[in-house]
Design a protein around this ligand. Structure first.
Ligand SMILES: *Cc1c(COP(=O)(O)O)cnc(C)c1O
Length: 217
C-alpha cells in the first residue's frame, strides 16, 4: 500500500478496493493506516463493516441495485456509481430514514464497452439541467466517477479521462458554481491510475496493486 501511496499526487485520495479479499487483509491495511475501503457487493460490504473498526470510511464503488440501498444507508460514506435518477431518489429516501445526508458521485459512461454503466456526457448534463436532483435533501452530489476502457492503448485511456475531466468542469460551472463540495473525480484503477491522476482525478480506486489478484472461486 505504501508503494502505491508514494506514487499518488498529494491531492489524490486512495480508495483501497478490498472486494473478494478477507477481513484479515483489510485489517492489515487498516493497521498500516488505510481508512478508506471500496467494496462492490452489498452483502460482502455489510459483513465486513460489522467486524472492522468503526472509523473505516466505506465507499460503495460497484453497480448498486435500488432494492439494496437500504442495507448500506446507515453507514456508507460515499456511493461512487450512481447511474440513474431512480437510484438517486432511492438513496435519498433511505438516507432520510437513516437521518443522514449521503454523498454520491454520478457515473459517466465514456468507455468503448457495452458493459459499463453510467450516464453519457449528454445525459449527465440533461439530467443535471432538470434540477430534480436539487430537491433531494438527503443526497449530496459531490462529483463524478468514471471507468476507462480496459485496453493497453494509453492514448485512448488518457482521452477518455480527459473527456470526463472536461465534463466535470462544465458541470461545475453550470450547476455547482456556488458549491465548493462538488470537487471529486473518481477515476483510475490499478492499471490506469497514473494516467487518471494526470487528468484531474482526486480519488483512485485500487485493488489488485494493493491486495494482489482476487480469488473469485
Ligand atoms: C474492482 C474495481 C476496481 C479496482 O480494480 P483493480 O484493477 O483491482 O485496481 C476499481 N473500480 C471499480 C468500479 C471496481 O469494480
Amino acid at each position: 500500500m505504501q508503494h502505491v501511496k508514494a506514487t499518488l499526487k498529494p491531492n489524490v485520495r486512495l480508495v483501497a478496493v478490498s472486494k473478494f479479499h478477507p477481513v484479515e487483509a483489510l485489517q492489515e491495511a487498516y493497521d498500516a493506516g488505510q481508512r478508506i475501503f471500496g467494496e462492490s457487493h452489498v452483502q460482502e460490504l455489510t459483513a465486513k463493516q460489522e467486524v472492522l473498526p468503526k472509523d473505516v470510511e466505506w465507499h460503495f464503488i460497484g453497480h448498486l441495485q435500488t432494492n439494496k440501498v437500504k442495507y448500506i444507508a446507515s453507514f456508507i460514506s460515499l456511493i461512487h456509481a450512481v447511474d440513474s435518477v431512480k437510484l438517486l431518489k432511492e438513496i435519498n429516501k433511505q438516507a432520510e430514514k437513516a437521518g443522514r445526508v449521503i454523498d454520491v458521485l454520478l457515473q459517466v459512461h465514456v468507455a468503448k464497452e457495452e458493459t459499463k454503466f453510467g450516464f453519457t456526457p449528454d445525459e449527465l448534463l440533461d439530467t443535471l439541467a432538470t434540477e430534480e436532483w436539487k430537491t433531494l435533501q438527503h443526497v449530496h452530489v459531490v462529483g463524478l466517477m468514471a471507468m476507462a476502457t480496459n485496453t493497453d492503448n494509453e492514448a485512448q485511456i488518457a482521452q477518455e479521462f480527459d473527456t470526463v475531466s472536461h465534463l466535470f468542469a462544465t458541470a461545475k460551472e453550470r450547476f455547482f458554481a456556488h458549491e465548493p463540495t462538488f470537487k471529486e473525480l473518481s477515476m483510475g484503477m490499478s492499471g490506469d491510475y497514473l494516467i487518471a491522476q494526470e487528468h484531474g482525478s482526486t480519488m483512485v480506486r485500487i485493488g489488485t496493486t494493493i491486495f494482489g489478484e482476487r480469488d473469485y472461486s
